[in-house]
Design a protein around this ligand. Structure first.
Ligand SMILES: Cc1ncc(C[n+]2csc(CCOP(=O)(O)OP(=O)(O)O)c2C)c(N)n1
Ligand SMILES: [Mg+2]
Length: 1013
């Protein structure tokens, strides 16, 4: 009783959106009126029945005729204040058949009858709900009918035979029940006989579509889905639609057959068994284009990729076919990639919407699902640059294999970006090619969840399972998926339950491992054949017209094949997924090989410095500690110096002022892990009120985005990489919390960042900021693993390069990425600005400091940042040693923070004249020219590489052979550093300090290497 009161009281006016969506419905909620409390005290209104009564009451409020006469009387009496127990009355005699009257009497003639009535209605409600929740368990989703999806823990007991489980009897099947507002099976009818209710539910939930959505905790969204799948007749298609669907199935099927005929022994990872993927994607694109989407960015694995390129993106067929010609030579630099990894970009008219649409398929590595966050990042960037704040113009579509979708953690990490303000792409449509196998592994060995799609439930994405052998059902769910995305701007999954007709690839034997499944598959009629027979039977198309359509497409393929023979050269750049048209020359080359000075004017330094030291909005209370930090910044500006954070501010602020978008993302980047940055100020008195001073640099500046990310390195780094792909005119940075955490994003680093340009001729200027340095903090927070990055650099250790005037820029152009460890804020400032001012884009790896952030000596004068200054690839010694180089007995080369420890030790030992300390700031590409100048200068010195890292780590293995090449192997290069070790650092602070002292001792013991060879 209490529940009735509270639930009725909780009813509230509909939202505008609810009103809009419910307009076409005959029954709608009305603003709540309170049911008189006496009604709430009725004896039969117990906890479980109150839901039902509430439904009745709402329907009655709308129109008393919506409910049974007995309810009408009851509610009228109750509203008129009848005392508890007296509101119910037998209905007055009704005009109508005496038989009907008798049945009404029989039904409501007594209180116990009313109770039974309520109970039965509740039972029907439960039954309806059971279909909605678990109908997908028994839907006929598997074309092979061998599905091993196991729902033992939640059996779906519905159907005529199970009505008893709900407290209903077979004799109830012909009784008429009022339908709750949570179902749409009635269409325009509000009551139906139980038999019909069950039949309609079976049609909605248990045929070729299995809808998984009842976990969504938004009523409006659930209602939307119910309406889409329950409304009678929703799955009717026009003749035109059916013909288009058939044509698409023909293209999809015949394309694979064509490839098989021409290149029977080539791997192509064909789509056979899931040919309806093509109409599925086309439907999504048509529907989205009609809703205003102008650009679709797709990511997908190997399966069916060539088919998608040909028939969805509409890449020229000859371009695809010539990829099969192994003798064709690539015209572009780089090492290229296999055909089923390449990306592409294509703009064309969408025939259904009559609007232009751009489609890009992102190039991807073999690593399944790795491209997911990259696609999302690129999508976000395109939305950002065209001001599409709601995702109405640009959207992403991700395709997945069943095994990979369930198995790869990056899927989950990407889902978790989907609703974060700085990462959302406002809904992604996921399509799973669920061929019920991963290479040779059965689902029961590959996942612990019933479906491969369960991961999507974490973000409340509806999941539409569909039997891919029913192209019409596929088309329908894809329509709904696109509508969902365009309505709610949230993720949605289409699970195409299918099979794989061949082995994992076309030359693989599946019978070794799945004999029974493949016996079944061999018996399986092709989906095109089944569908063609169906539509021919329905008179949608004649056999002759069908055959002509098939022949027509075969001809298209043959003609393209003939043309592909004329292709003499392969241009990987034709497969670019993100062209930057104005950035390069027409030939795709950089417009120059110069990089201007990266310095800025004194005035600009002062202006940006002042912004960094201020709170540019009124009435904003910042934390006292922060006030001190800002005051410190103001002092630095007065003294014309920068610390690390201010140097970074100068770089970002000046680029923003010049219209370059800057985006800094990563865990806790807004404040900075080490509390040095403070790019977002928080009002201490007003919840969630923030201020980002960097956005107050200049009125027409580019926007600055700084965003704390989810705690995922793989997902977020992939995302930022994708973001950086969209435009060369943006500085996109990802900062690791500590540098070593980058290893959980290793796949993005290996597969995309270090090798992306070589594989896909696609440049990318992403910056990785990796806090690095041995500070005695233990093994886990010390090393950003420079050795790993350096090992992947493509510059040759054994060849001293030809020096030319533009050597320093050309070297950058030729390398696969740039690796630096700056020892001064000014150099950090310059290297960030150089990322944008250089005439091409190249990934930049920066090992950033921790203790140097506050080191009194790690400051730079404005003088080092003025016009005509630039990034120093190497910083020579400028003290006593340099003044008299002949006296110098040792040159210690080093990089990063150890420099400060070295010069302190040198000074302590009074060795300023004997030992020169040279900083290699740009490790890769190696500054051969500048290193040579140093070795030439100190002719009487021995050469030492000093690092704080262990010998098998850090820079030593990279630097040593290059140093030796520089000096033509005339001298040894000695090592001063920690011994080889398995872990990056000790967990014991005194040991750390002892190790440090030992390596400094070696570095300054001028006899340490005498007699050694
Ligand atoms: C991260 C990763 N691990 C392993 C592989 C090797 N591999 C390639 S395809 C494949 C099976 C994928 O199965 P599924 O995702 O169901 O796609 P299908 O081939 O069935 O379409 C595997 C294990 C890979 N490409 N990527
Ligand atoms: Mg599979």
């Amino acid at each position: 009783m209490h529940r009735l009161r509270t639930t009725v009281a909780r009813l509230r006016p509909l939202t505008a959106a609810q009103m809009a969506t419910s307009q076409s419905r005959p029954r709608t909620f009305k603003p709540a009126r309170h049911l008189n409390t006496s009604a709430a005290a009725e004896p039969f209104l117990n906890g479980t029945s109150s839901n039902y009564v509430e439904e009745m009451y709402n329907a009655w409020l709308e129109n008393p005729r919506n409910v049974h006469k007995s309810w009408d009387i009851f509610f009228r009496n109750a509203n008129a204040g009848a005392p508890p127990g007296a509101a119910h009355q037998s209905p007055p005699p009704l005009s109508g058949s005496p038989q009907g009257l008798a049945s009404v009497r029989a039904l409501v003639g007594s209180q116990s009858n009313v109770e039974k009535l309520v109970r039965d209605h509740l039972a029907v409600q439960s039954l309806i709900r059971a279909y909605q929740v678990r109908g997908h368990h028994i839907a006929k989703l598997d074309p092979l009918e061998i599905s091993c999806v196991d729902f033992d823990d939640a059996p779906c007991a519905v159907g005529f035979q199970n009505v008893g489980l709900y407290g209903l009897a077979e004799s109830d099947l012909d009784k008429v029940f009022r339908l709750p507002t949570t179902t749409f099976i009635g269409g325009s009818e509000s009551s139906l006989p139980l038999r019909e209710i069950i039949r309609r539910l079976e049609m909605s939930y248990c045929q070729h579509i299995g809808v998984e959505f009842m976990f969504i905790n938004d009523v409006e969204q659930c209602q939307w889905i119910r309406r889409k799948f329950e409304t009678p007749g929703v799955m009717r298609f026009s003749l035109e639609e059916k013909r288009t669907l058939l044509a698409r199935m023909i293209r999809s099927t015949r394309f694979e057959e064509f490839l098989q005929r021409k290149w029977s022994s080539e791997k192509r990872f064909g789509l056979e068994g899931c040919e309806s993927l093509i109409p599925a994607l086309k439907t999504i694109i048509d529907e989205s284009s009609q809703s205003g989407v102008e650009s679709v960015i797709m990511g997908m694995p190997h399966r069916g990729r060539l088919n998608v390129l040909a028939n969805v993106i509409r890449k020229e067929l000859e371009q695809i076919f010539c990829q099969f010609d192994s003798k064709l030579e690539a015209a572009d630099e780089g090492s290229g990639d296999v055909k089923y990894h390449l990306g592409t970009y294509h703009k064309r008219m969408n025939r259904v919407s009559d609007r232009e649409i751009t489609m890009s398929l992102m190039a991807n590595p073999s690593h399944l699902e790795a491209v997911d966050p990259v696609v999302q990042g690129k999508t976000k960037a395109e939305q950002f640059y065209c001001g599409d704040t709601e995702g109405k113009r640009v959207m992403s579509v991700l395709l997945h294999g069943d095994a990979a979708f369930a198995g790869q953690g990056i899927v989950y990490e990407t889902f978790h970006l989907s609703d974060l303000p700085s990462y959302t792409t406002h809904g992604t449509i996921h399509v799973v090619v669920n061929n019920q196998i991963g290479f040779t592994t059965d689902p029961r060995m590959a996942r612990s969840s019933p479906y491969p799609t369960d991961v999507a439930r974490v973000v409340n994405a509806p999941i539409f399972h569909v039997n891919a052998d029913d192209p019409e059902a596929v088309m329908y769910v894809c329509k709904v998926a696109a509508e969902w995305r365009n309505t709610f701007h949230k993720d949605v999954v289409v699970d195409l339950v299918s099979y794989r007709r061949n082995g994992h690839n076309e030359i693989d034997e599946p019978m070794f491992t799945q004999p029974l499944m493949y016996k079944q598959i061999k018996k399986q009629k092709g989906v095109l054949q089944k569908f063609a027979e169906k539509v021919i039977g329905e008179g949608v198309i004649t056999t002759q017209a069908y055959e002509e359509e098939v022949a027509g497409y075969d001809r298209i393929c043959e003609e393209a094949y003939a043309r592909s023979k004329d292709e003499k050269i392969l241009h990987i750049k034709h497969w670019l997924d993100s062209p930057w048209p104005d950035f390069f020359t027409l030939e795709g080359q950089p417009k120059s090989m110069n990089c201007p000075s990266t310095g800025i004017s004194e005035e600009e330094l002062g202006h940006i410095g002042n912004i960094a030291a201020s709170v540019p909005v009124e009435d904003f209370t910042i934390h006292g500690g922060l006030s001190r930090i800002l005051k410190g910044r103001a002092n630095m500006v007065n003294q014309r110096v920068c610390d690390w954070a201010l140097g970074e501010y100068m770089a970002f602020g000046s680029l923003l002022k010049d219209g370059v978008h800057v985006r800094l993302s990563g865990q806790d980047v807004e404040r900075g892990t080490f509390s040095h940055r403070h790019h977002v100020l928080h009002d201490q008195n007003v919840d969630k009120r923030i201020c980002i001073p960097m956005n107050y640099v200049s009125p027409d500046q580019a926007p600055y985005t700084v965003c704390n990310s989810s705690l995922s390195e793989y997902g977020v780094l992939g995302f930022e990489l994708g973001f950086a792909m969209a435009s060369p005119n943006a500085l996109v940075l990802w900062e690791a919390q500590f540098g070593d955490f980058h290893n959980t994003a290793q796949c993005i680093i290996d597969q995309f960042i270090s090798s992306g340009q070589a594989k896909w001729v696609r440049q990318n200027g992403i910056v990785l900021l990796l806090p690095h340095g041995m500070e005695g903090m233990g093994p886990e927070h010390s090393s950003a693993r420079p050795e790993r990055f350096l090992q992947m650099c493509n510059d040759d250790p054994d060849v001293f390069p030809k020096l030319s005037e533009d050597f320093s820029v050309r070297q950058l152009y030729d390398c696969n990425w740039i690796v630096v460890n700056c020892s001064t804020p000014a150099n950090y400032f310059h290297v960030l600005r150089r990322q944008i001012l250089q005439p091409f884009r190249k990934p930049l790896i920066v090992f950033t400091p921790k203790s140097l952030l506050r080191h009194p000596e790690a400051k730079s004068s404005f003088d080092d940042m003025l016009p005509a200054t630039h990034f120093k690839r190497l910083i020579p010694d400028d003290g006593a040693a340099a003044a008299d180089p002949e006296k110098v007995k040792r040159v210690v080369f080093c990089s990063g923070k150890i420099y400060y420890e070295l010069i302190r030790e040198r000074s302590n030992r009074g060795l300023d004249q004997e030992v020169a300390v040279v900083r290699v700031e740009q490790l890769s590409p190696f500054p051969f020219d500048l290193v040579k100048a140093e070795t030439d200068r100190y002719l009487n010195a021995d050469l030492v590489w000093c690092q704080e890292e262990h010998k098998n780590q850090g820079y030593y293995d990279y630097v040593k052979p290059r140093l030796r090449t520089t000096i033509s192997h005339t001298q040894p290069v000695w090592y001063a550093g920690r011994d080889p070790a398995a872990a990056p650092a000790t967990g014991n602070k005194p040991t750390h300090l002892a190790e440090l002292q030992r390596l400094l001792d070696t570095a300054f013991d001028l006899e340490a290497f005498s007699g050694k060879v």
